[in-house]
Design a binder for this molecule. Sequence first.
Ligand SMILES: *[C@@H]1O[C@H](CO)[C@@H](O)[C@H](O)[C@H]1NC(C)=O
Ligand SMILES: *[C@@H]1O[C@H](CO)[C@@H](O)[C@H](O)[C@H]1NC(C)=O
Length: 426
Amino acid sequence: MQPPRFDFCQYFGFVFLSYCVVPRNQITQNYVQRSVSNSFVTDYEWSSVNFTWPSRSAYEEALQNGVYIPEHNALIGIKVYKDRMYLALPRLRPGTPITLASVPINHQDDINEVGEVPIKRNLLLDPFPSWDMNVKTSCTTLQNVQSMEIDRRGIMWILDGTRINDFTKCPPKLVLIDLNNNRIVSRHIFTPDIALTEGGFLNDLVIDESDGGYAYITDNSALDPGLIVYSRKQKRAWKLRDRSMFPELDATNFTIDGVRFGALAPIDGIALSPLNPRRNEERIVYYTALSGYNLYAISNRILRNERFCKGDQWRAYVKHVGRKPAITDGMIIDNKGNLFYGLIQSHGIGKWNIYEYFNTAREVVSNSREIIWPDSFAMDNSGYLYVLCNGIHKYFDQGHRLTVSDEVKFRVLKLYTGNKNYMYSP
Ligand SMILES: *[C@@H]1O[C@H](CO)[C@@H](O)[C@H](O)[C@H]1NC(C)=O
Ligand SMILES: *[C@@H]1O[C@H](CO)[C@@H](O)[C@H](O)[C@H]1NC(C)=O
């Protein structure tokens, strides 16, 4: 008998999570997904990443001494706040002077005289919060940033935790900066039992603003993958490790845009269900390995209980949600419960409403020319969803030679949804 799915799971799905998602041991098929609409438009594109240098001589000197090797600079994390778009730049190769930057957003400029939306090309990036904070003078500056999230008060939580190469010997950290005055609010340094200084890879995070604020962080480390919980109030972090966070052996070895992806990459994409006053504070965290087809979920009630997470019972609360037809890097949920996620091999974006069965998930757009490795998502407060497509596997593969050319390497596509992000009530 079919359960009275729609109403029941919409209103009580969080309480009866085990009933409303597919059981973990159930064998699930790759669902056939199809395009239902395509209204993503290219908003920004870059063939080369360049910055607002302090002076012409500073730029020329950096080019000459290899501090800046233009083709090695990539964009990896995207978030928006008010009139700025913030971009993280990974230090995966030499010659990457800046690891966090911003560019302006101006919706007024969107439509030109002939009624078209011009694409913003090769905008210079402004180092954020400053040049000095991007220079490796001490461990208090930003070393290697992968991702960030911005809470409703405008505090940016920055994951400075890419520690997979010898670019820095500084321990991974979480830095909070208030975007209203660009002041550093706090720093939390992770101890090696939580995130490794050599081999750690803090990859992505969501913010749960309840009880003083929590960050749920994926550690994509090959050595010690897991889900890290950070409590801002307690200034403490703890880590959950489970086989659902491991790479799946059949979810690798693909060719994307002519370059092979052969990594066995663990837990990576993470999304949090929206605030819903009817459900008190319970929220569901969704996650997936980069080399993985399966989507998993766990309640924040479990995650926030440090003592319980240190026992052996919490793993029984990990739920298998479903199986995607492709691998996923970043994901995001809006305030209506729509999960957007990349479908890397099909050059697409998937969409699933978390209050419905997973077999209602659809690929809403697919485009092999523009959607090359959909990596990171963001939502602004004007109803736009943004996705950064960056072909990032080419930068991770040290054997792949990068060159300067006019070819577009990074694109930000946007879609008007009229919704806000998961931090807001429906
Ligand atoms: C890079 O940006 C600087 C300004 O900060 C500019 O002077 C320089 O010409 C730019 N380089 C290229 C190749 O566009
Ligand atoms: C990867 O795929 C290629 C082509 O399908 C195959 O020849 C190769 O053996 C695979 N490599 C691994 C490590 O599975």
